[in-house]
Design a protein around this ligand. Sequence first.
Ligand SMILES: *Cc1c(COP(=O)(O)O)cnc(C)c1O
Length: 396
Amino acid sequence: MAQSALDLFPILPAVLSTEDAQLIEASVAQFGAPLLLLDCDSVRQQYRALSNALPNVTLHFALKPLPHPAVVDTLLEEGASFDLATTGEVELVASRGVPAHRTIHSHPIKRDADIRAALEYGCNVFVVDNLNELEKFIPYKNEVEILVRLSFRNAEVFADLSKKFGCSAQDAIEIIDRAQAIGVRIKGLSFHVGSQTLNPQKYVDAILACKAVMERVVELGLPALSTLDIGGGFPVTYTQPVMPIEEFCKPINQALSSLPETVQVLAEPGRFIVAACMTSVASVMGQAQREGQTWYYLDDGVYGSFSGIIFDHGQYPLYTTKQSNDMHSSVLAGPTCDSIDVISDHIMLPKLNNGDLIVGRMMGAYTSATATDFNFFKRAQTIVLNDVMADNRMIG
Ligand SMILES: *Cc1c(COP(=O)(O)O)cnc(C)c1O
């Protein structure tokens, strides 16, 4: 897509630029609907923007929001590192030729088979947040380095990841002490302030709390910690503008500069890297009048690409390819026979015909990743634009 989705604050629904509308219509003519258009240029732009905003931080892309091979290839070429959480994610990066030293495994709860799969690949940095998990590493103590995950509750975010994972500062000291006793090497600390965190102070508070734990570790005569992993959570603009990333990261960098120079800092961004890269295209299958509104039934819905409405509390900027001053309160519904399958209620739309297109922006993170085949409606096909291969073809 020529236009960056980050520049748009549409009053719903907005009309697409002619150039984008043409690309979308041509794609649907070639591949049918529903589609997801994945633009690797957007992945590059977002990765570079966050790298520039956090100059002393190694970025490990968290695969969870969009585990797509084209995203892995693009980021590999950009020099990114990767954050893995499952054996499936290990297999994906391994299949794309990601060197294992550029990965960490950050799921706080793992089966022995998951640990072995990651070690076999060559990833040897793992995360724990309790003693039970720490002890799973006794058989591998000569190979592994551990990050201890702390929890900082955050009620304001899309997903408060500190409710399910992470320990207190006091528990962290206990884990580090026990690790010393059993001979497992502790590399550092990690946290995740919550996805789509709008307030950078959450990171600052967490960094300063981790700094205090690091100081306490030294006071207790335990080996000094070398690493701090500040997690993911960096916000993007959906329908409400968020702080530009440069500005957002300023207080974070300031807090990081108070750590000893020997401490290496990592982050695990997911959403920020991929939210903007996907555009969804659904077509109208049919329509009905109900209680004064037109219901448009699309071939994609909350069981498909719009699953983030349910799982991620997502609200995506929506567009039509039609221009009209004659707007009507309408409902956009998905194709399944379930009544919760509604994308948008009371949305002002021009009169649409069957076959007309509804386009969703900012559909890259936590959308297709959580889609289902419920009711035998196939997931939208993903079409990759501007990928690494296309670059190479142009060069070659
Ligand atoms: C989901 C997740 C991420 C990515 O979080 P975003 O909010 O998408 O940036 C990073 N690290 C861990 C451990 C996660 O579970």
